[in-house]
Design a protein around this ligand. Structure first.
Ligand code: NAD
Ligand code: ZN
Length: 345
């Protein structure tokens, strides 16, 4: 079968012919999935670039990729949760199921967490072996192209749902694919006003298409001043989705005293902020967001897509044949896209 791999240490990925896994390769709780759609995540781009993080984490040879929609074609001897023919997406956080966090309803922050396509072979291939624990049987009404992005959609949902957004004013810093999805989620959750900060022209346009009330480009205008011009009290809630240090610091300044902050963005190292002045003395509540709640977030994602409360056609900008994966990575590297989905049918 064809698979996209990090074959050796260094930048780039290659598409290679590898042995197709079969029933014999399945552990008792493993599932063989025929991949029908796969989408490219920022993490795959990090692995492609071979940045510092990838060098410390990835052990080649490795099949990369973790966002997917597929069909169950074989199951291990002890599998009970899915059957052949089921359509499935995958949670990428593979939990151990026995640590303190797993045992207390917090599998998404398992102490022994493995990440699909990072610590184990991933789904950029015609077939993949995936443990049944992380499979989500999505509603058949959901188009495969959108089911493929349920995992990052779940990031948007989890970040936006740790606080009650009903009637609240919200600032989203960063309108990458996840920020774009969060705009729609915030609106569905009842936010009265969604302000977005974004520096990239294409993504500014996309933020409006996804329902932002106002988009501010902090490279052109002072974000804090602009937000207080619009709202005397600043915003009730900040959703940080840029991973940019300056965006976070300015975002915090935009939050009203006693407001709430969810941080999804990864800054990639230490950041310096005046914690006393910006957080403690202003009584802010700050939530760090990792992954998705398993599986409360997935249920919400499924319902919002099944009932078309969220329209991902404004986020999935490219659907390419699997063989054109290099074009997909190029689009991602140049940020000339929302989500890029690869079609393996
Ligand atoms: P992305 O990199 O595509 O999006 C980030 C966006 O922020 C880009 O559109 C960029 O132009 C914009 N940006 C950059 N500087 C900015 C600034 N100063 N002000 C406003 N916007 C700015 O990433 P994504 O895939 O949408 O993910 C969003 C963030 O969430 C990333 O930092 C990613 O690493 C992180 N992430 C975290 C988790 C988790 O579990 N915590 C999971 C997935 C992604
Ligand atoms: Zn665990």
């Amino acid at each position: 079968m064809k698979a996209i791999m990090k074959k050796v240490s260094g930048p780039g990925l290659v598409m290679e012919q590898v042995k197709k896994p079969t029933q014999e390769d399945l552990g008792p709780r493993d599932v063989l999935v025929k991949i029908r759609r796969a989408s490219i995540c920022g993490t795959d781009v990090h692995i492609y670039k071979w940045d510092e993080w990838s060098q410390s984490r990835i052990i080649p040879p490795l099949i990369t990729g973790h966002e997917m929609a597929g069909e169950v074609v074989a199951v291990g001897s002890a599998v009970t949760q899915v059957k052949v023919g089921d359509l499935v997406a995958a949670e990428t956080h593979i939990p151990c199921e026995h640590c303190y966090q797993c045992k207390t309803g917090r599998m998404h922050i398992c102490k022994n967490l493995k990440i699909l396509g990072v610590d184990t072979n991933g789904i950029f291939a015609e077939y993949a072996i995936i443990p049944e624990t992380v499979l989500w049987r999505f509603s058949p009404e959901i188009p495969l192209d959108y089911a493929s992005v349920m995992e990052p959609f779940g990031n948007a949902i989890y970040t936006a749902s740790v606080t009650n957004l009903l009637g609240k004013t919200v600032l989203i810093t960063g309108a990458g694919p996840i920020g774009l999805m969060a705009i729609q989620v915030a609106k569905v959750a009842g936010a009265s006003t969604v302000i977005v900060s974004e520096v990239d022209p294409l993504r500014i346009k996309m933020a409006y298409e996804n329902g932002a009330d106002v988009v501010i480009n902090p490279a052109e205008k002072d974000l804090v001043r602009e937000v207080y011009k619009l709202l005397d009290d600043g915003v009730d809630v900040l959703l940080e989705m840029s991973g940019n240090r300056r965006a976070f610091e300015d975002g915090l300044k935009c939050v009203t005293m006693g407001g709430e902050v969810s941080v999804l963005g990864i800054f990639g190292g230490k950041i310096e902020i005046n914690f006393d002045a910006l957080i403690t003395m202003r009584g802010l509540a700050v939530y760090g967001i990792t992954g998705r709640r398993m599986f409360e977030t997935w249920r919400i994602a499924d319902e919002l897509l099944r009932t078309k409360k969220v329209d991902l056609s404004k986020v999935v900008t490219h659907i390419l044949p699997f063989d054109q994966w290099e074009k997909g990575f190029e689009l991602m590297l140049n940020k000339q896209c929302g989500k890029v989905v690869l079609n393996l049918d």
